[in-house]
Design a protein around this ligand. Structure first.
Ligand code: CP3
Length: 354
């Protein structure tokens, strides 16, 4: 099979949007989590002149960084250059990136939860919507723009812990010690996230993705009790936008059976669970996204392509597979390997069309 077989009519949905809707696509679409970033020399060159928050806060620079990977590789989607913590920037919480995020003033008591004011996103994140408008003017039609935000529980983890962690013990203890205050904080974060994503769609984002990077820290009962209701309220509020909704519960294999029934189109799957098993847990009404182990990019080229073939085989020939890594690309990845992977998926993925 040398070339994708179906020539797409000019008015066909771009492959990424077709796959989100579980329709056949001319080829399997691929994009890469963290596709704009430190593995690209052109990103490092800009980063040498501006700190990360300046890149995010300056629409002209954020547009440029978003476009860098799309110029270099024939990717099937672009993702807004920003961070999941951007909507919590400029609120006096002391957010800094080194490069991981830290809050000088974490929220750790019921009183701090009640005092936390999350203003309408236009007030502290207006630059994001300007970036989205700039991107829609600049992007080619074949690369739709994904807007994104952190899911409420993952934002809760950073905001309560105050910094990254492997276990988020402070944040999880707060859930169990102060469940009602935790619910109030998750509710505030859900309302703000819904408004922030709706404004991205309004500005032109063609799909919206929620990153729940730390969902896998919760067992199924605690996920159902604390994290899922907050995700559900965000998704319910976003249905009216009409754009596809994607959700990535990292390390979420044991949580996937709770996702059917949410107002979702696509579930991102990390590399620990084969996609055939994810599809069986999610049922026929959800598309899947993923899930090559990011470490595969460090393998010799033939091995990388063999591992990519395994992901394609696991996804099967039904429509509704978006190829991606099972988590963000590592800063040490070689751009040549990414180019190889993108070409391989385009030629060998069926797009669910045969
Ligand atoms: O290309 C893209 O994917 C868009 C940009 C993007 C960034 N962060 C830029 C970034 C996206 C989608 C994110 C999401 C994000 N941020 C997540 C969810 C995805 C995941 O990895 O689970 C999380 C948990 C964060 C929080 C965060 N931001 C961390 C843990 C770090 C430090 C670790 C790292 O990967 O660098 C950041 C900083 C960050 N966000 C950088 C970039 C390009 C590096 C900043 C720099 O250049 O110094």
């Amino acid at each position: 099979m040398a070339e994708p077989m179906t020539a797409a009519p000019a008015d066909a949905l771009p492959p990424f949007l077709a796959a989100c809707r579980r329709r056949p696509a001319a080829h399997t679409p691929i994009w890469i989590m963290r596709q704009a970033g430190r593995y690209l020399p052109e990103y490092r060159a800009l980063r040498a002149r501006h700190d990360f928050l300046t890149l995010v806060r300056t629409p002209e620079l954020a547009v440029e960084v978003t476009l860098q990977p799309v110029r270099r590789f024939p990717l099937d989607a672009a993702i807004l250059f920003s961070d999941i913590l951007t909507p919590l920037d400029g609120l006096g919480l002391g957010l800094e990136f080194h490069p991981a995020p830290t809050f000088a003033h974490p929220v750790r008591t019921p009183a701090a939860v009640d005092a936390l004011a999350l203003p309408p996103p236009e007030e502290n994140a207006g630059h994001v919507f300007e970036t989205v408008r700039g991107l829609r003017a600049a992007l080619p039609r074949h690369a739709p723009l994904i807007g994104f935000a952190g899911a409420p529980f993952t934002l809760f983890c950073y905001l309560v812990e105050g910094r990254g962690s492997k276990s988020f013990t402070v944040a999880k203890s707060f859930l169990f010690a102060e469940p009602e205050a935790a619910d109030r904080l998750l509710g505030k974060l859900a309302a703000q996230t819904a408004a922030y994503l709706a404004a991205q769609a309004e500005a032109g984002a063609q799909a919206l993705m929620l990153f729940d990077s730390w969902a896998g820290l919760l067992g199924p009962d605690d996920y159902r009790r604390f994290a899922r209701p907050a995700v559900e309220s965000v998704l319910d509020a976003l249905r009216a936008t009409g754009v596809p909704l994607l959700y990535f519960p990292n390390q979420g294999a044991t949580l996937l059976d709770q996702l059917p029934g949410l107002a979702l189109d696509v579930v991102g799957v990390d590399w620990r669970l084969p996609l055939s098993r994810a599809r069986a847990l999610l049922g026929p009404e959800l598309a899947v996204q993923g899930n090559l182990d990011p470490a595969a990019l460090a393998a010799p080229p033939e091995e990388l392509l063999r591992l990519a073939d395994r992901v394609l085989a696991e996804a099967g020939h039904a429509p509704g597979h978006i190829f991606n890594l099972g988590h963000g690309i590592e800063p040490t990845a070689e751009p040549d390997q990414v180019a190889r992977l993108v070409d391989h998926v385009h030629v060998h993925g069926s797009g669910g069309a045969r």
